[in-house]
Design a protein. Structure first.
Length: 307
């Protein structure tokens, strides 16, 4: 039967003051999402069968209504009255609960796969809309700041949710990412955030976020890193969940333009001043957390690969 395999990148959301708005696609790590059209012996069979391998596969639900990929596939198949049954095979290269959009990579990968397999011709914005529905299962809210870069690639700004509007900015930038062996669920990391903030903090965060956009267009990574570290709302809350983060911020100062929490954490992302500094940052992260480290860069959105 017909099948398609999608390379679905890790993504780093928020980037400091851009909570639920900014997101970056990364070249690595990544998931592979294969969707195959299968024969269904009887009508009562599940429309969507899921299998998962790789990083912490045993923690990923196989019930399509509880798996972020399954939720997206079921909605697309319902909306387009797709009668066939499918088998979604997810090879996890992105550790679940890491802060690198693992749940999101499944959403983006399956949205792109179903779109191509059934020739739906949906544009990126519609794919992001479908993919964000899967995030509601993992995070309790359909935030689009992982699936947007997951589908579009580069740097994305989700400027509006109702209606959904996403802007994409090409960005050629190296990053260093650490994956401390600490459990932080997005759902829990959202619950600890303040529901209301003083006007002064809004003024600060809007100022820093807009300063980041100005810096990207001017390829001014020094100021990009400075503004990225200026968040006064989310990062200070979540810093308390990641032991060693404050130490890392101090120790990378001479080698990084900036450092912040990736997504809801515990992943940490830093912008190196140059290639040599990248390996210095990696060494510092290794000393603090003794965990997987990625010296990578901003990458493309999900795309089909020929297996
Ligand atoms: N296809 C999937 N891939 C990864 N996680 C999934 C998937 N489906 C459901 N989940 C659940 O989502 C949670 C991970 O999502 P989250 O806490 O947002 O972290 P992250 O997306 O950064 O990995 C885990 O509890 C996992 O069981
Ligand atoms: N804006 C979201 C981003 C979550 O990213 P993840 O990689 O941790 O899933 C949030 O901060 O809750």
């Amino acid at each position: 039967m017909k099948e398609i395999t999608i390379y679905s990148p890790a993504t780093s959301a928020n980037l400091g003051p851009g909570y639920d708005i900014f997101g970056l696609a990364l070249k690595e790590p990544y998931d592979l999402v294969t969707v195959e059209i299968i024969e269904s012996s009887c009508k009562c069979c599940e429309k969507v069968k899921i299998s998962v391998s790789g990083e912490k596969a045993e923690e990923i639900p196989l019930d399509p209504t509880q798996n972020t990929a399954g939720v997206v596939a079921l909605k697309m198949m319902e909306d387009f009255n797709i009668q066939e049954c499918i088998h979604i095979k997810i090879q996890k290269g992105i550790k679940p609960g890491s802060g690198l959009g693992s749940s999101s990579a499944s959403c983006s990968g399956v949205a792109v796969a179903v779109n191509k397999l059934f020739e739906l011709n949906l544009d990126d914005l519609k794919l992001i809309k479908y993919a964000s529905l899967g995030e509601a299962v993992a995070a309790g809210a359909p935030h689009a700041d992982n699936v947007a870069p997951g589908i579009m690639g580069n740097f994305t700004l989700t400027t509006s949710y109702e209606p959904l509007e996403v802007l994409n900015i090409p960005l050629d930038m190296d990053v260093v990412v650490a994956l401390p062996n600490i459990q932080v669920s997005t759902k829990e990391a959202r619950k600890i955030l303040p529901q209301e903030i003083p006007l002064s903090k809004m003024v600060n965060n809007v100022g820093k976020a807009t300063g980041m956009i100005h810096s990207i267009y001017n390829k001014d990574f020094e100021n990009l890193g400075k503004y990225m570290m200026g968040d006064q709302v989310v990062e200070p809350c979540r810093a308390t969940l990641i032991q060693g983060y404050d130490e890392a911020k101090v120790k990378v100062k001479d080698f990084a333009h900036g450092i912040t929490i990736s997504g809801s954490g515990p992943a940490i992302i830093a912008i190196p001043k140059n290639k040599e500094c990248s390996s210095e940052i990696a060494k510092i992260f290794k000393e603090i957390w003794d965990c997987p480290i990625y010296e990578t860069s901003v990458g493309k959105g999900a795309y089909e690969i020929k297996k």
